[in-house]
Design a protein around this ligand. Structure first.
Ligand SMILES: [Zn+2]
Length: 218
């Protein structure tokens, strides 16, 4: 049992049932057996990143839990999700990242939601990996949510130029090995654009990590 379990009984984020007392894992045994786990780290790649790792497919209970985390205020899931991502990164990333960062939300969206899900994931992941989490990027202009049905080329055109270095990023990322976090990877257009900004600013390499990988048609 962990400290605080008596005051705040822990729930499995995927089925929302209470975890058995003394359960060490963050995910209940049924969900552990049942979740749509990816194989081999769920590797995908994009134009400006060679590796994105995701422990789960974006379907079933994983998708539902991510939607509660993102839109229904279940911020506490971040810790469990960060652990799942950390295990996936440790097992499948062939080099050690020096810093963790995340795809930023535009201020308007941040204000309406009150928190950034990718930042919560990045902070939890960074803590697990024992690395710093820095806000290296900012949203340069507002873009509507990307519609996966619009196709990879159109998505690329929509996100191009929509991210820039933040003040912290501009303070120096030369030679950094960066792990870039988002909640879901679909076509990889957003992660690719963010990677491009980081590499252009002198990052040595960028890999990405997301909780889920969504299927898409190219
Ligand atoms: Zn469960």
């Amino acid at each position: 049992m962990r400290p605080g379990d008596l005051l705040y009984p822990r729930k499995c984020p995927f089925c929302t049932r209470l975890l058995p007392a003394g359960e060490e894992e963050d995910v209940c045994p049924e969900c552990r057996a049942d979740l749509p786990w990816t194989r081999g780290g769920g590797k995908t790649k994009g134009d400006f990143f060679s590796l994105c790792l995701s422990p789960l497919e974006y379907s079933g209970k994983a998708r539902e839990a991510l939607l509660r985390f993102k839109f229904r205020g279940r911020k506490a899931y971040g810790r469990c999700f960060g652990r799942l991502m950390a295990a996936c990164v440790r097992e499948n990333l062939p080099w050690e990242p020096g810093v963790v960062t995340y795809v930023p939300l535009h201020y308007f969206r941040f204000r309406s939601r009150g928190y950034s899900q990718s930042r919560l994931l990045a902070e939890a992941l960074a803590e697990e990996l024992g690395k710093p989490c820095r806000a290296l990027l900012r949203k340069a202009r507002f873009t509507r949510p990307l519609n996966p049905l619009r196709g990879a080329d159109k998505r690329r055109a929509v996100v191009s130029g929509s991210y820039a270095l933040s003040r912290s990023g501009a303070a120096g990322i030369e030679g950094e090995r960066i792990l870039l976090v988002d909640d879901v990877v679909t076509t990889g257009a957003t992660l690719s654009e963010c990677s491009r900004v980081l590499l252009t600013a002198g990052a040595e390499r960028v890999a990405c990590a997301t909780l889920c990988r969504a299927a898409h048609k190219r």
